[in-house]
Ligand binder design. Structure first.
Ligand SMILES: Nc1nc2c(ncn2[C@@H]2O[C@H](COP(=O)(O)OP(=O)(O)OP(=O)(O)O)[C@@H](O)[C@H]2O)c(=O)[nH]1
Ligand SMILES: [Mg+2]
Length: 321
């Protein structure tokens, strides 16, 4: 008794972190106040996004990275963001973590994030979960996303360092470009380097990076690194590369532009989630249902209706301020 949930999160209590994340995910009433308190003054963790096609070994790699970071004495938070099947995603990650023998270690906190309702809600919830883990004092937060849609790219982008995982023999590099995720990579990882075709994939990626069309930060030489996540091969070197990337960011811009990128992304996601929630709130009298009728009956086109909805909402917002 006595100590608030916020205080208990701040002292890194595992049960409190779990409870706060459940509140964040469900977007419970009052969680906004807790998050505001947690956000202010929270120490910045090194945010590392790990993205790539399904089955490329992201979870295995994340677990191996976490283990390597633990050996260096760092505390780690892991968020596995699965927009398609949060349930199986979580259990798969759970298996990988058990494989890496991380369970039972209080220095690692693992959570899979599920999507609830509104578009953009997942990105909002992920950002808020990062706030909680930072406030709990994690040195590093690893965020795994399946890099297929815009939401996931947005989540991966809201990191200091983004790892793009490809595997040999699937035409991944080409796929990644098509999906528009190529330029988010600060570090390319060719995982499953034990398989045929790793050399060719490395060469392909090297060509692309050399052409410079897909480079996120000018002046940072994007490394192309091989791993065999299942054996832990190349994982320690990947930790070194990520340290180097963070040091490079600090040296070149004091993290400023990257922090602003993260802040901008969080502001966008927050605004989107709030706007959608308020517009659809039956109690807020924004006329959502009436506009739905008008669009369904073709009395109004969707864009005009959307514009009216936003106008009404913004006016309401001003009046209540
Ligand atoms: N041969 C080989 N297999 C690997 C390697 N890394 C992971 N795997 C295997 O690849 C499969 C998928 O690994 P996961 O870590 O679940 O991949 P993921 O990218 O997280 O998958 P999703 O989250 O479902 O997109 C598992 O069977 C792993 O054991 C590797 O370096 N070499
Ligand atoms: Mg996974």
């Amino acid at each position: 008794m006595g100590r608030s949930l916020v205080e208990r999160v701040r002292s890194g209590e595992v049960a409190a972190i779990a409870r706060m994340l459940t509140r964040v995910e469900a977007n419970r009433n009052g969680v906004g106040d807790d998050l505001a308190e947690l956000y202010r003054g929270a120490r910045r963790a090194h945010l590392i996004g790990v993205t790539g096609p399904p089955g490329s070994g992201k979870s295995t790699l994340v677990a191996a990275l976490a283990a390597a970071m633990r050996r260096r004495g760092r505390s780690v938070g892991i968020l596995a963001v699965d927009p398609t099947s949060a349930f199986t995603g979580g259990s798969v990650l759970g298996d990988r973590i058990r494989m890496a023998a991380l369970s039972g270690d209080d220095g690692v906190f693992i959570r899979s994030m599920a999507t609830h309702g509104a578009l953009g809600g997942l990105a909002r919830a992920t950002g808020d979960a990062v706030t909680v883990l930072e406030a709990a004092g994690k040195d590093v937060v690893l965020i795994e996303t399946v890099g297929v849609g815009q939401d996931e790219v947005e989540i991966a982008r809201a990191s200091h360092s983004t790892v793009l995982v490809s595997v040999p023999g699937m035409g991944d590099a080409v796929q990644a470009i098509k999906a528009g995720v190529m330029e988010i990579a600060d570090v390319h990882v060719v995982n499953k380097a034990d398989r045929d075709g790793a050399d060719r994939l490395v060469a392909e990626l090297r060509d692309m990076v050399r052409q410079g069309r897909y480079v996120r930060a000018a002046g940072w030489p994007v490394p192309i690194h091989r791993t065999v996540a299942t054996d832990g091969d190349g994982v320690d070197e990947l930790v070194d590369l990520l340290d180097q990337h963070r040091a490079w960011l600090v040296k070149h811009d004091g993290l400023g532009p990257r922090e602003r990128e993260i802040a901008a992304s969080r502001l966008r996601n927050g605004a989107l989630a709030l706007l959608l929630a308020r517009m659809e709130d039956p109690a807020s009298a924004t006329g959502f249902e009436a506009l739905v009728d008008a669009v369904a009956e073709r009395r109004l086109d969707p864009l005009t209706a959307a514009s009216r909805l936003i106008d009404v909402h913004l006016t309401n917002g001003e009046e209540t301020r």
